[in-house]
Design a protein around this ligand. Sequence first.
Ligand code: SDX
Length: 438
Amino acid sequence: MALTSSTHTATLSFSDGTPSLELPLYQGTIGPDVIDIRALYARTGKFTYDPGFLSTASCNSSITYIDGDKGELLYRGYPIEQLATQCDFLEVCHLILYGELPNEKQRNTFVSAVTHHTMAHEQMQFFLRGFRRDAHPMAVMTGLVGALSAFYPDSMNLNDPAQRQISAIRLIAKMPTLVAMAYKYTIGQPYMYPRNDLSYAGNLMRMMFATPCEDYKFNAVLARALDRILILHADHEQNASTSTVRMCASSGTNPFAAIAAGVACLWGPAHGGANEAALNMLFEVQRQGGVAKIGEFIAQVKDKNSNVRLMGFGHRVYKNYDPRARLMRETCHEVLSELGLHEDPLFKLAMALEKIALEDEYFVSRKLYPNVDFYSGIVQKAIGIPVTLFTAIFALARTVGWIAQLNEMISDPEYKIGRPRQLFIGSQRRDVQPIGQR
Ligand code: SDX
């Protein structure tokens, strides 16, 4: 959305003789003001410098608001605590995509559209056959999501709102099918087709866990827990993978390729791969001796030279408790109770680590609270989802957020292809010498 004129300005003055500059200051609905520096280079020949973009607003958005100090997360103004307890994932998808929660009629129309696009093209199976059976599901998902752009020529043009709409429905609808196919392929079981009489989370669980020989026995608590995991991971402002999708789409590529770029970025252990990394961390501490060895493990984490991090803890924005983690923690205890796993050694180890992180000065002083990934990994493990599939489930959930953010950018008349600059610290100009003189 084009920014309106500002009432305040920021004055930039320089000690190197560059004339001072007045820059517009814009206020959002809530949250920090921004200094519009778009004229800076043209007026001063200087760039700003902000690796990691800790102080940079890359865009204006009305989708998700995060207050890291308050531990607040709003999707289109609604607190995540209310959405996660009063809505289901497809209602939240409608909200994130179109800006409003659906009424009964809108909900039925949206659910029907998603339900009738859940099947993947039969040819998609042949892409899977090219992978080794032990391929990581995120390697498979990066390939499969990108491959969708070879099947839907009628929804490739990002600049056509109608094509963006159908590609959004196709992506949201097909991600569970592709994730389940990626899983079934790794365990050598036949693919299960989606069923139109099941909920979104129910379909995902059945496609992962049912076989042609035996259907999946549904458990409403587990299905609700999975639906809540999807809600909590649906969008999260301008995080690394969302910024990747925006940057990728800004070149005008097709929606499937842009979402595939988001899948690839989310895979990293500092980002969406943290839930898998958190469980692998628990497995390692368990292997070293479990609760009895936690002290030694925590000492490693505090030792900068060890490169050991407490995976599932800390957050670039939340310097208070991640509100999603609080909801996920509730769900975690519901699922452990439902399955009688509270006494399971792995989950007892997780609770012991959580207790230390919440009390130990090292973590408290650095505001390293458990994040959503710590508990979502525990819930998914308890449900029976393999650890290597956790990030694929995260990508499935985040697809709606990526699409909404991409749509918002493309609809902004001021958007341009992303093209950051740099502070060059390399060699001055020099001439090539003949090899005998180098
Ligand atoms: C997600 O951006 C998003 O919104 C992401 C996400 C989303 O929904 O899209 O929320 C999803 O990615 C959640 C985060 C999942 N990642 C992890 O759980 C991996 C473990 N966490 C860290 O790697 C780390 O906390 C980050 C990357 C998440 C955030 O790092 P920051 O804010 O850049 O913090 P930092 O690296 O500058 O660290 C500050 C201090 C350092 O110590 P000092 O130099 O001050 O002594 O805290 C330490 C760090 O060493 N630190 C940790 C730590 N995280 C930071 N020490 C031990 N364990 C950790 N996990």
